[in-house]
Ligand binder design. Structure first.
Ligand code: EPU
Length: 475
């Protein structure tokens, strides 16, 4: 097995910590043309430990910008997106250092490298205001520096992150909310330029849709605004609660985290903190679906099953046995899964990020499933890849009808986004033969060392360069 150190897609100069390169999940640690091959027919069995949520840690890093001084965020996943976010902050003048988490997470025992790290962020008195770098376009989440920098500096320029393989992904709610708070916002050569010449002021904002990113940006802007901001129809995701908890520890006054109405009373300043990232419910859910799809028996630790209520209920309806504890759960599937319908919705609904896994499950279930996607207009784009594995899928707008088959067949497929890549690899375990997934740099963006986790669950899996022949599984 080889891990190429070529970095054709991501050149991040001046990294102070060369050890950061040592895992395929790290920026630059793997080539964009890496592939992963899995052999079908394996039941996933064993235990996996899940570390902090990508979609929380990225925003917690941006929230650190709100207070000068040293903040430390622990249980941060060792993935490419986090490395990019670290670089975004460095280019805004912050010192950013990644260290081993203390205590080191238990995955080190069987995976070789820890899945999580702590990140120390030294924020200057006057952070930069220009996040217009190539990195922002590569990491949509970096738009979340907009709120904190506008609050701290009164002016900011951030590249428009654009759409991606799951859909068009607008910014109108971010912009409308900040405008109501007194910001003047314009578009300029692919950038969002925001200024608040008279400072941000509290106001009432009703979001058209409970957007995760808009809620986060608006909360981060509101904590330092003058007066009280009420955000109605706010997102309720556990990652929103996590960022509100960190902000409260920094001295922010926020009420209603985890509900649809957030009330934020602005304060003149915040102080830095140490905060542990909430466990990744999407990674945990990926393994839960993997257990069900492969008729395996998987225990997942490190993430609360309470954050996966509906997803785990779906697995029970499909015939799985699910046992839950506070920060762990076990999913067992003995017989062929039964078809279940799934509708994605904002939290606490079924997470859109688990849609590829739901389609994978439907593809091998007994009966037909209706899968409805309500969050992203392009989420079904990966369905063609799933069909290459023999899945019977018909899409129409935001619906897909999936007629289950006893077995899929191994094929060469392409990861189109993070979750599609993970879903395809797990679907590959339900095939006869070998499945090769290319462009697995997408998977590295969200899953720390997916291959080691698969291997720990008994899967025959190899990773290598597409062209270098460095992997040994036969077809
Ligand atoms: N939207 C707008 N205008 C806006 C904001 C959002 O039209 O101003 C639309 C989007 O285009 C999308 C929908 O509203 O169709 C939902 O977007 P939302 O803002 O809720 O999502 P996000 O903040 O862009 C985060 C996660 C996604 C996850 C969604 C939904 C991060 C970095 N990303 O995206 O995660 O799917 O919430 O839960 O937090 C992933 O991890 O693979 C991923 C895509």
């Amino acid at each position: 097995m080889t891990h190429s150190l070529r970095t054709p897609d991501l050149m991040i100069p001046d990294r102070p910590d060369p050890a950061w390169l040592s895992s395929p999940g790290d920026a630059g640690g793997a080539a964009v043309d890496d592939v992963i091959r899995v052999r079908g027919g394996t039941r996933m069995t064993g235990t996996v430990h899940v570390v902090g949520a990508k979609n929380s840690a990225l925003k917690l890093m941006a929230a650190a910008l709100l207070a000068p001084g040293r903040s430390v965020i622990t249980n941060v996943p060792r993935i490419t997106d986090i490395a990019i976010m670290g670089e975004v902050l460095r280019r805004l003048g912050c010192g950013v250092r990644f260290d081993a988490d203390d205590p080191v997470d238990p995955m080190v025992a069987y995976g070789g490298v820890p899945r999580s790290r702590s990140v120390t962020i030294d924020v200057p008195e006057t952070p930069g205001i220009d996040a217009d770098c190539d990195l922002v376009r590569r990491l949509r989440a970096s738009i979340c520096v907009l709120g904190p920098l506008l609050a701290r500096r009164g002016t900011v320029r951030v590249a428009h992150p654009g759409g991606d393989a799951i859909g068009s992904r607008g910014l109108d709610m971010h912009i409308a909310g900040l405008t109501r708070m007194g910001a003047e916002i314009s578009g300029e050569r692919g950038c969002v330029v925001a200024t608040a010449p008279h400072g941000l002021r509290g106001t009432e904002i009703v979001l058209d849709f409970p957007s995760v990113g808009a809620t986060e940006n608006l909360v981060m802007a509101a904590v330092l605004a003058q007066g009280t901001t009420v955000i109605d129809n706010a997102a309720r995701e556990p990652e929103i609660v996590d960022i509100c908890t960190m902000l409260q520890q920094m001295g922010a006054l926020i009420d209603g985290a985890g509900t649809s109405t957030l009330t934020v009373v602005g304060v003149p300043g915040l102080h830095p903190v140490r905060h542990a990232t909430v466990g990744d419910r999407i990674v945990a859910g990926t393994w839960a679906f993997g257990a069900a799809m492969t008729r395996g028996d998987v225990t997942v630790t490190g993430a609360s099953p309470a954050f996966l209520d509906i997803a785990l209920d779906k697995l029970v309806s499909a015939g799985a046995l699910v046992e839950t504890r506070r920060d762990a759960f076990r999913v067992r599937m003995v017989d062929r899964p039964r078809a279940v319908d799934v509708v994605t919705l904002p939290y606490p609904g079924f997470a859109t990020d688990l849609l590829p896994m739901a389609i994978g499950l439907a593809a091998v279930s007994d009966g037909a499933s209706l899968i409805t996607e309500n969050i992203f207009d392009g989420r079904f784009m990966f369905a063609n890849e799933m069909m290459r594995l023999g899945a019977d899928i018909q899409t129409d707008g935001h619906h897909a009808v999936v007629r289950g088959r006893q077995r899929l067949s191994g094929a060469l497929v392409r990861a189109t986004d993070i979750r599609a890549g993970a879903g395809l690899l797990i679907a590959g375990l339900c095939t006869e033969g070998v499945t090769e997934v290319s462009q697995v740099h997408h998977v590295d963006r969200g899953y720390p060392d997916f291959v080691a986790d698969l291997r720990a669950l008994g899967v025959e899996v190899e990773r290598g360069g597409a062209a270098d022949g460095g992997i040994s599984l036969g077809r």
